[in-house]
Write a protein that binds this ligand. Structure first.
Ligand code: SF4
Ligand code: SF4
Length: 310
């Protein structure tokens, strides 16, 4: 088991992941209770898909029968650029380059193929924000990082600017120890959140979060006034609670060039978005996370930004 684990971890790093950790595929009892509570309080807003497939979220053997291990992977997306202090139309860092839903799956497929070779007869399934898997909770279980007060997973080497991916497998691998929590007495993220969305340690009320409103909320739903008035220049997503985090101060750069800003843009003027035609939108944002809210959603955000500016 030790040798197989080492080989799988080496394969993950060779494929291009920045960190890898392993958990036993046991039910997420405590974590799931907390998740249920979050849902019961309505903090997930209109993301109703989060209410579904609860058995799988609780226990990954509902996804892969006979699963023994969960491999949790990190892919750094940090590139050394910063928004101008007074920028309007800011895009969250994770969305500057190509969509991780495009970049990560082929890497995960490679890892699943390697697993098949290393442990013949094993079966594996991979996820990267693509199914009913509590990825952050698995990241904590596996010791990939700790969950910061802003809800993100953090590591001392690469901060929180990384995507998380998961491979659920029947291969029996050696689990890692959970990582110590290094937030300490810091509350920088809670203090800096423009909309007071971090309601308790590691607990974010999405219905107050700029990221939720500018990415997930349906285009036909207006951004509520208390949020719209505090958008702080964000057109798509929000990085405030990560920008202020001391663990993100000395971040290392990603080796994935597809995460470099498309057209060199870290922000887009609201007026440019408001005059964009559907065909142009489709062409310009192909393989970009910005296509998620559709043109209507981006234009809703741009309007809210302009109104809050007046
Ligand atoms: S993403 Fe922005 S709005 Fe959401 S919790 Fe973090 S700082 Fe607050
Ligand atoms: S800003 Fe401070 S409290 Fe928030 S996640 Fe980072 S270290 Fe933890």
């Amino acid at each position: 088991m030790h040798r197989l684990t080492q080989e799988v971890k080496a394969a993950a790093l060779e494929i291009g992941f920045d960190a890898v950790a392993i958990a036993r595929a046991e039910p997420l009892d405590v974590e799931f209770e907390r998740y249920r509570e979050w849902i019961d309080r309505g903090y997930h807003g209109t993301m109703s898909y989060m209410e579904r497939n609860l058995e799988s979220r609780h226990d990954v053997t509902h996804i892969v029968e006979g699963a023994r291990s969960v491999i949790v992977l990190a892919k750094n997306y940090f590139t050394p650029h910063q928004h101008e202090a007074d920028a309007c139309g800011k895009i969250a860092r994770y969305a500057w380059g190509d969509d991780y839903h495009v970049v990560l799956p082929p890497m995960l497929d490679q890892l699943c193929q390697r697993l098949e070779v290393l442990d013949p007869g094993s079966t594996s399934r991979r996820y990267t924000d693509t199914g009913p898997v509590l990825e952050k909770q698995w990241a904590v279980r596996a010791g990939l990082g700790w969950q910061g007060k802003n809800g993100n997973i953090l590591r001392r080497d690469i901060g929180s600017w990384f995507f998380i991916a998961v491979v659920i497998t029947t291969a029996e691998l050696e689990p890692d120890e959970p990582m110590e929590d290094f937030c300490g007495t810091c509350t920088a993220c809670i203090d800096a959140c423009p909309t007071s969305a971090i309601v308790a340690n590691s607990l974010v009320d999405a219905t107050r979060c700029i990221s939720y409103w500018t990415i997930e909320a349906k285009a036909e739903v207006e951004i509520p006034l208390p949020i719209a008035q505090n958008l702080d220049g964000w057109l798509f997503g929000c990085d405030v609670c990560q920008d202020v985090c001391p663990w993100n101060r000395f971040q290392t750069q990603t080796n994935e060039t597809r995460f470099e800003p498309r057209l060199g843009q870290l922000s887009i003027e609201p007026d440019q978005i408001l005059t964009l035609q559907p065909a142009e939108f489709t062409e310009r944002f192909r393989h970009s996370p910005l296509k998620r809210p559709k043109l209507g959603g981006l234009q809703r955000n741009a309007k809210a930004l302009k109104t809050s500016d007046e």
